[in-house]
Design a protein around this ligand. Structure first.
Ligand SMILES: [Zn+2]
Ligand SMILES: [Zn+2]
Length: 360
């Protein structure tokens, strides 16, 4: 089979690779769509995977082409794949909170993932796709479930006023879930007007966007002004910078809640005055990590699949580039060097592909 194998930091090569070995309880999936995640860029170009060689790619979907024994029923099924392989022994695993497993394996970082024709996956990690869901949508279940998981960790009602910092793919998916939860007032701050337009297109036209890079733009006073000086009920941090975390603290109302989603770009420092506000305003800080998957319609993955099948969650509209597998590097470089406007970059194994075919 052909695969993109990472042999060292920045050394990603497209070449023939051995067909993965399928262990007992595992099946072989033929990848039909695989998304580039923001986290793949540092993983490939800066930090590397846990060991080499590894095939990256943790956002993918496909069809089961080999399954045996008790897993034989999976044969031929269209599947989404939860990339985290839990130990099933630690305390979080015992309570079904696999996303907090202390000793997990992970497809596409700790072991081979989806930037390949074939990938070996535990049958436990599979989710059958509803007919109404496209492969490329299913390849976005992972980030969509991460966004849902985050929102489910705070209390939200249609009346909640939300401030959001950082409109990357996760931020945009968060705004779609906020619309699905009925939230009417969202003030989003980003650094790319294209993302602001995308939010208004896919989440709600009523959601307001401020481009932080604009001359004189001041996110905190913008939010305070639009909330009559009260501040937002909830602030969501999707950028992973101390500046935006401070922004959340500054703009949230007394007794409000802050949800922290963004992977930190470096140390997260707060100045003393801001830290005081955290105490005096009795702000509730909530972290979130990964997504829930426990074979129930209540888990984040099944809720994501249902919302996608019903057309409420509009995933394919976030795809700006569709590439043939051999062209993955173009997509990675485009994301790394921000060469042109992009959102989700998708590798599609079985369709017409091309660069920049927005809206296809
Ligand atoms: Zn990801
Ligand atoms: Zn565990």
């Amino acid at each position: 089979m052909k695969a993109w194998t990472l042999h060292g930091i920045g050394q990603l090569e497209y070449a023939d690779a051995p067909v993965p070995k399928r262990k007992e309880g595992w099946v072989l999936v033929r990848v039909e769509a695989a998304g580039v995640c923001g986290s793949d860029i540092p993983r490939i170009f800066q930090t590397g995977t846990y060991h080499f060689p590894t095939i990256p790619g943790h956002e993918f979907a496909g069809r089961v082409i080999e399954a045996h024994g008790k897993d034989a029923a999976w044969m031929g099924k269209r599947v989404g794949v939860f990339p985290l392989i839990p130990c099933k022994e630690c305390d979080p695993c015992q309570s079904g909170q696999y996303e907090m497993c202390r000793n997990y394996d992970y497809l596409g970082s700790r072991r081979d993932g989806g930037f390949a024709e074939l990938v070996s996956v535990p049958a436990w990690n599979l989710m059958e796709l509803p007919d109404a869901v496209q492969m490329e949508e299913a390849a976005m279940f992972e980030p969509a479930a991460v966004a849902l998981h985050a929102i489910r960790r705070i209390s939200i009602s249609p009346e909640t006023t939300v401030a959001l910092f950082g409109l990357g793919t996760i931020g945009l998916l968060v705004t779609q879930w906020l619309r699905i939860f009925g939230v009417r007032r969202v003030f989003a701050v980003g650094h790319n007007p294209g993302h602001g337009a995308k939010m208004q297109e896919t989440a709600s036209e009523a959601y307001a966007y401020l481009n932080a890079g604009d001359e004189g733009a001041d996110a905190v006073s913008w939010i305070m002004e639009h909330t009559g000086g009260r501040g937002a009920d909830a602030a969501i941090e999707c950028a992973g910078s101390d500046e935006t975390l401070s922004g959340c603290i500054e703009c949230v109302k007394p007794g409000g809640q802050i949800l922290m989603i963004g992977n930190p770009k470096g140390d997260m420092k707060l100045d003393q005055a801001t830290y005081w506000k955290l105490l005096r305003r009795q702000i509730r800080l909530t972290g979130t990590w990964n997504s829930s998957f426990f074979h129930s319609k209540e888990d984040d993955w099944h809720k994501t699949a249902a919302a996608c099948a019903e057309g409420k969650l509009r995933l394919s509209e976030l795809i700006t580039h569709r590439l043939a597998p051999a062209d993955l590097m173009q997509g990675l470089l485009l994301a790394k060097d921000r060469l042109e406007y992009h959102n989700k970059i998708m590798v599609c194994n079985e369709r017409q592909t091309g660069m920049g075919q927005e809206g296809l």
